[in-house]
Ligand binder design. Structure first.
Ligand code: MEV
Length: 300
């Protein structure tokens, strides 16, 4: 093989970001917004993305650098990696997991390493943990397998048929810092914050039934509640809530922050995707209309 191209999807959370860090159930869904990675054997290592061309570089390309290091025993000389992504970096849509998983899978095929998808998902999670300090397995697992999945059980749910609209605020905050702040709040007010976190886990369980029944009104309602609880945990922002409310006014069944919060993205489910996207844009966000995808990492 002269080269291998693979792609992996980003994801949204229907429920459970932050609570999943404390072992509560989360429900995440792969969306059809993908990162593509091409791997070619070369005389030395190089990584080419919108951030520039580097060699192994833990500052500019920490995830891909780690992927090459993991697979180095199988690589004879060097490898050239070309990345193109539809996912805004650091937006809470799992862009780092998508690039990590697409790179690991492309390297495993190109150099015939024999890794299974489960092993790729675990390796990807380890890389995210090393680079970010904190990371649940959600992003890397969903990006590998696709579909709608509950964490920690890794149970696959029915694929929602409804359109999904994502609103990007254009700003982002550090996941590590936001997760840390929730921890501080929990230490300070355990009797208040612990029930909030366990309620988020319960929302995910109620949501499972709504997803299986394809009851998108109920799913949306539960997502609205989860948004309020994320605000309670202090990971909201006025921009996020503005986009959430604009989506609801435009007819969304439900809308919430997705990912670590503090900026980044919100997600809405709706049967009026154009109207919701337009409302998000008018409210100052960048809108993406997408759908759940059953396809995790795959060869292009
Ligand atoms: C970040 O996308 C989601 C968090 O729950 C952290 C994690 O699960 O790794 C905040």
């Amino acid at each position: 093989m002269t080269m291998t191209t693979c792609s992996a999807p980003g994801k949204i959370y229907f429920f459970g970001e932050h609570a999943v860090v404390y072992g509560e159930q989360a429900t995440a869904c792969a969306v059809d917004i993908r990162t593509q990675v091409t791997v070619r054997p070369d005389v030395e290592h190089s990584i080419n993305s919108s951030l520039g061309i580097t060699g192994l570089d833990m500052t500019k390309h920490p995830y891909v650098t780690r992927c090459i290091r993991e697979m180095e025993p199988f690589i004879s000389d060097g490898v050239r990696i070309d990345i193109s992504s539809e996912l805004p970096v650091g937006s809470g849509l799992g862009s780092s997991a998508a690039v990590t998983i697409a790179t690991l899978f492309a390297l495993s095929l190109q150099f015939d390493t024999g890794h299974t998808l489960d092993e790729i998902a675990v390796m990807g999670h380890d890389i995210e943990r090393i680079v970010q300090g904190v990371a649940s397995p959600t992003d890397t697992y969903v990006s590998t397998m696709g579909g709608v999945i509950t964490i920690p059980a890794r149970k696959g749910l029915a694929l929602p048929a409804c359109p999904i609209v994502i609103g990007y605020t254009g700003s982002f905050s550090s996941t590590r810092e936001l997760v840390g702040n929730v921890g501080i709040l929990k230490e300070k007010f355990p009797a208040i914050v612990e029930p909030v976190i366990s309620t988020i886990g319960k929302l995910s369980m109620y949501g499972e039934t709504a997803i299986e029944r394809q009851d998108y009104h109920e799913l949306g309602r539960l997502m609205d509640i989860n948004h309020g609880l994320l605000d309670t945990l202090g990971v909201g922002s006025s921009e996020l809530s503005k986009l959430v409310w604009a989506s609801r006014h435009a007819g969304a069944w439900g809308a919430k922050t997705t990912g670590a919060g503090g900026g980044g993205c919100m997600v809405a489910i709706t049967d009026q995707p154009d109207e919701v996207a337009e409302a998000i844009e008018i409210a100052g966000g960048q809108a993406m209309i997408t759908r759940a995808t059953p396809y995790g990492v795959k060869i292009e």
